[in-house]
Design a protein around this ligand. Structure first.
Ligand code: HEC
Ligand code: HEC
Length: 475
């Protein structure tokens, strides 16, 4: 590995000149995470695998799925894809219909459950889901589904699904609709597995803190082409298949099963790396955008990289920025390192650790400056989804302490501020009235939910900020 640069990725050539003198140059305190060579997979087979394989091998019997759907809320809703084959065309994109050994049929969640979303009325595979509501205990909801005696394989897989959610559900309840519990899922799952055999343990290896609260936001998969690390804190390094499989290991209880999944995830990685960001759908003010490009080059490119109109020869430094320099909510970056420091040991001694390197503190706790390709499509912003629009990312003083989305209609988008329309409130969740839905309030005073930091746009003039926003439409 080359510790000095972004390695051998095509998308990370030499840094272009800044075009200005920026004495602060906060990126000088960053660490460019080295990128390794891509695996030789087939993207078409990868997409097919995600939509047909049993990498999540427990779920809901086919016969029960229509009854379960309305009870499980946004977890089991969503559009279906008419081009999927057989019964898969009838279930939401985030679920796979699996034929079990005895011929019974199971509907199991897949990666698109969190990694596909509607934007401007169109379903985009790979866009992080921004409108899912994980503020209920999924275990409690599942108990509303009538159970059947586990006579067949699908029935047994349903019992296992419920058993796992009895552990995962109550421990991963989010405070705010639109925030995602995936990081908490992963921590809970690994605390209930023997690292060497992957056997499920009813008693955890280590109790998790009662108040664990790590609201996350799935980043768009089109970042995979550029990123050397994965996750907001850059902890997955090298070959990412280990952390990806861990993320879906709800029911993967043996090394033999994990090894099969590992094999076809070569193609899944190739699929992720093949995803192109969407094009901005409306005309852009070219003159303003050109002015914005200069501001961006001076104030932003050192961390976020630089971009070209055709996407060729772009530079992306994979810059990890220390928590105190970036200043955004520190909970996630510090968690793996402090409260949950056995995570690294567990991972390293596990099957997943033979594939992927985990670097929670390597060389410090921080967050990676993400690629900004089509960033307008992935509101809300920051790793904890705390800022509703791009305009507010660039103006830290104007960010609302309490806000809620006006609705979850993806066609209701604010094309001027570039984000979701929201209402600013004068109170947080604790002061919510008796008839108010408190889980719709994004309360930035809650642990893990801070919207502070990333003050790099504050020094710009109003005109410069408008120019940068226009420029962000073009990359
Ligand atoms: C329960 C929702 C959920 C499911 C299911 C899920 N993910 Fe994620 N995923 C997330 C969230 C949230 C993040 C962001 C975590 C963070 O802040 O770093 C994420 C991060 C990622 C990343 C890192 C992206 C980046 O730029 O750092 C990849 C890659 C990824 N997921 C792939 C997968 C794959 C492949 C599957 C299926 C095997 C999957 N995920 C299943 C929610 C989910
Ligand atoms: C010192 C490095 C650094 C500089 C300079 C910087 N950023 Fe960032 N930026 C980051 C990091 C790190 C994050 C991730 C923060 C988080 O999620 O907690 C981020 C996040 C963002 C996001 C949110 C991305 C998302 O999908 O949530 C946007 C948009 C953004 N930056 C734009 C800019 C612009 C525009 C500039 C220049 C005015 C800029 N940044 C300057 C490091 C930097």
């Amino acid at each position: 590995m080359d510790p000095t640069g972004a390695g051998d990725s095509e998308s990370s050539g030499d840094p272009p000149p800044l075009g200005c003198v920026n004495p602060e140059a906060p990126w000088l305190q960053g660490y460019p995470i080295p990128r390794e060579e891509s695996l030789p997979g087939d993207p078409v087979i990868g997409l097919e695998a995600l939509l047909t394989e049993d990498y999540v091998s427990c779920g809901i019997p086919w016969e029960l799925f229509p009854i379960a759907q309305p009870l499980l809320g946004t977890y089991a809703d969503g559009p279906s894809l008419a081009w999927r084959e057989g019964k898969n065309a009838q279930v939401p994109v985030g679920w796979n219909v699996l034929e079990m050994k005895d011929g019974s049929e199971l509907v199991a969640p897949n990666c698109f459950n969190c990694h596909s979303a509607e934007f401007n009325g169109e379903l985009i595979l790979g866009l992080g889901r921004h409108d899912a509501d994980f503020t209920s205990d999924l275990f409690a909801l599942m108990q509303l589904v009538p159970s059947l005696p586990a006579l067949n394989d699908a029935g047994k897989a349903f019992n296992k699904f419920i058993q796992r959610f009895a552990v995962v559900g109550p421990a991963s309840i989010m405070l705010t609709a639109g925030t995602n519990p995936a990081i908490e899922f992963a921590f809970i799952l690994l605390s209930h597995r023997d690292p060497v055999t992957l056997e499920w343990l009813d008693e955890p290896i280590q109790e998790l803190p009662e108040d664990m609260m790590i609201p996350a936001d799935p980043p768009p998969w089109w970042h995979a082409r550029k990123k050397a690390s994965q996750f907001a804190n850059g902890m997955s390094r090298g070959d990412h298949r280990g952390t990806m499989i861990l993320a879906s290991s709800l029911c993967t209880d043996t090394v033999a099963e994990a090894a099969v999944i590992l094999d076809y995830f070569i193609d899944v990685v190739a699929y992720l790396e093949s995803i192109e960001p969407p094009q901005y759908p409306y005309p852009v003010d070219e003159e303003l955008a050109a002015a914005g490009a200069e501001v961006f080059q001076c104030h932003c490119a050192g961390c976020h990289g630089s971009y070209t109109a055709d996407g060729e020869n772009e530079y992306y430094p994979n810059m990890l920025i220390p928590v105190d320099v970036i200043g955004t909510d520190p909970v996630f970056a510090n968690y793996g390192a402090n409260e949950f420091n056995y995570l690294e040991d567990w991972f390293e001694s596990s099957f997943f650790g033979t594939v992927t390197e985990l670097g929670v503190t390597e060389p410090f706790h921080g967050y990676v400056a993400p690629p900004l390709d089509s960033v307008w499509a992935s509101a809300p912003y920051f790793h904890n989804a705390s800022v509703p629009t791009l305009e507010l990312v660039l103006d830290s003083g104007a960010r609302p302490t309490y806000w809620k989305r006006v609705d979850f209609d993806s066609t209701n988008y604010d094309w001027s501020a570039l984000g979701w329309p929201f209402e600013e409130l004068d109170h947080g969740q604790d002061q919510a009235g008796p008839f108010e839905q408190r889980n719709l309030i994004y309360d930035t005073t809650k642990p893990g939910h801070s919207n502070g930091g990333h003050e790099f746009g504050d020094a710009l003039t109003q005109q410069e900020r408008a120019a940068v926003l226009e420029y962000l439409k073009t990359i």
